[in-house]
Structure formats: structure tokens, C-alpha cells
Design a protein around this ligand. Structure first.
Ligand code: PMT
Length: 270
């Protein structure tokens, strides 16, 4: 954690003092795991390939943002989305012509515990960046977990028949993020449903309840084609440009989010 914090502070210092104070976004990506044993052999996973987070990161860098990419180990990475997350890729160096390395800080997580701890660390480190900071919470975060104290230390015996586990609810950290950790940051959360009939209602409810600036609503089967940005100024449907094979829904989505962030920064200075 000390090393992470050192890198984080250096990255924020470098970027918030360059070009008259660059905007910094924390993009979360991939799913969190919930261990079932302290010496973990088995875990419950949350679905997310990390594509949304990786593609969004590329678009934020293109728009001039510095990006803290908080991602699940083994999921899609920016600039090599079609390749596996392989340490081999780390052997390549960015050419001097690109400025990507100074614009991108990658921090990995696996468990819900790591994710929540790191998110808090990042939020508190970004506090001074104020309205120029943004949280873009695309990670699929576990809703249920086994609290550490009630977790068995060793591998659960498999010989004693069916297994009953009671899962506790993970506290929603969105409210804490908004009210305590980073109250001045621009905050975008996501809503994923598999039943399109309840999606918009849930997204609208989340907007009010967590007081985020927008909720990106998506349905699992169509998530690569379209999303709906739900905010107090209404709902906007954002689609992939179907006639362009190399286009992604994130290209248009990030354009809209950056625009909204600009308005938020302007209003915060008035
Ligand atoms: O990675 P891909 O395969 O490309 O897919 C992208 C995606 C579908 C995973 C992504 O677009 C998406 O919707 N991510 C959010 C998934 C999710 O966790 O949705 P939710 O409805 O369970 O949670 C809503 C919000 O609450 C999220 O922003 C999450 O950060 C937050 N949350 C969730 C659980 C929890 N305990 N605390 C939270 O604050």
C-alpha cells in the first residue's frame, strides 16, 4: 500500500501541475472477487471482461485526461484490448513520441477488499484536484461477500455434503465516496441489468439515491451497442456507429461525459 500511495501521489502531482492543471479520471474496470476461505482456494466472481474500462481509458487519454486505471488482474487492458493481460507485454516500451506512459497509471486488484481499499486511497489522494477529478465506476463490484471474521481459514471440506453459505451485503461505497472521500469530484456510476424492463427505473433511482452526476445504464446483451446516460438533465441514448466497423460505443460516450465534466468544472468556478 505504501508503494502504491507513493506512485499515486507522484502521478497526481505530475499531472495536476502540468499544462495548468490537467484533469484526472479514475476508471474502474473488471469484476471483484469474493474469497470463500482466508487461505483462498475458492471464490465467487463478478462478470466483466474489462472492455468498457479499457476502451473508455483510451478515449479519456485522447481527450487529454490523466487516467488512474483501477483494474481486475487478467482483464482487458487499454491499447491491447484484443490481447491477454500478459506480463510479456510489459517488456515493450512506449516510444518517445507518445506521452501515454505519463498519462496512465495502472493499479490492479482482485478481491472486493483490495478494490475498496484502493478506491478509498485514490479518492483521498485526489481530494485536492477537486472538480477537475472524476470517478468513472465501470467495475462490476460484488454485492455480497463473506466477512473476514466469519470466513474459515482453511479450504472448505467437500466431503460433508451440500454447502450452505450466508453472504453479507457489501455496503454501497458510492454514498461514502460522494459524501466523504471525494465530495467535489465529478462522479459517474454504472447500472447493469439483464432485464431491460427494470433497467431505466433502477438507474433513475440510483441517480437520486447516490447523488452521482450521471448513471450509465446498460443491459448485458446489448452493452457493446448502446448505453443510456441518465442525469438530472434527462436521458441520452448513446450508440456505437454501426456503419464504422472500428467504432465503439465508448467513443461517443466519453465525448458526452467529457462535455458534461467541462460544464461541471465551469459551474464549480462560478
Ligand atoms: O467489462 P465489460 O464486459 O465491457 O462490461 C461492462 C459492464 C457491463 C461491467 C459495465 O458497463 C457496468 O455496467 N459496470 C457496473 C456493473 C455493476 O456492478 O452494476 P451494479 O448495478 O451492480 O452496480 C451499480 C453501481 O454501484 C456501480 O457503479 C458500482 O461501482 C456501485 N457499487 C456496486 C456494489 C457495491 N457494493 N458498491 C457500489 O458502490
Amino acid at each position: 500500500m505504501e508503494e502504491i500511495l507513493e506512485n499515486l501521489n507522484e502521478f497526481i502531482k505530475l499531472n495536476s501541475s502540468s499544462q495548468g492543471g490537467r484533469r484526472i479520471v479514475c476508471v474502474t474496470s473488471g469484476g471483484t472477487t469474493v474469497p470463500l476461505e482466508q487461505r483462498c482456494v475458492r471464490y465467487i466472481d463478478n462478470f466483466s471482461s474489462g472492455n468498457r474500462g479499457a476502451a473508455s481509458t483510451e478515449n479519456f487519454v485522447k481527450a487529454g485526461y490523466a487516467v488512474i486505471f483501477l483494474y481486475r488482474r487478467g482483464t482487458c487492458q487499454p491499447y491491447c484490448r484484443s490481447l491477454p493481460d500478459d506480463p510479456f507485454l510489459e517488456c515493450f516500451e512506449f516510444s518517445d513520441k507518445t506521452n501515454i506512459q505519463g498519462s496512465l497509471l495502472k493499479l490492479p486488484f482482485s478481491t472486493i477488499y483490495e478494490y475498496l481499499q484502493m478506491l478509498r486511497l485514490i479518492a483521498e489522494a485526489l481530494k485536492d484536484v477537486g472538480p477537475c477529478s472524476m470517478f468513472y465506476l465501470a467495475a462490476a463490484v460484488s454485492d455480497f461477500y463473506v466477512p473476514w471474521k466469519s470466513m474459515t481459514e482453511h479450504k472448505i471440506e467437500s466431503g460433508s455434503g451440500p454447502l450452505d453459505i450466508r453472504l453479507a451485503q457489501v455496503p454501497k461505497m458510492l454514498s461514502v465516496l460522494r459524501s466523504n472521500w471525494a465530495p467535489k469530484a465529478f462522479c459517474i456510476s454504472f447500472k447493469l441489468e439483464t432485464d431491460s424492463k427494470i433497467l431505466m427505473e433502477k438507474a433513475t433511482k440510483a441517480l437520486r439515491k447516490y447523488k452521482v452526476h450521471a448513471v450509465v445504464a446498460n443491459e448485458l446483451s446489448t452493452r457493446k451497442e448502446e448505453v443510456v446516460v441518465v442525469s438530472s438533465s434527462g436521458n441520452v441514448v448513446v450508440r456505437r456507429e454501426c456503419d464504422k466497423p472500428e467504432s465503439f460505443v465508448e467513443d461517443n460516450l466519453i465525448r458526452l461525459i467529457v462535455d458534461r465534466h467541462s460544464t461541471y468544472i465551469k459551474e464549480s468556478h462560478n
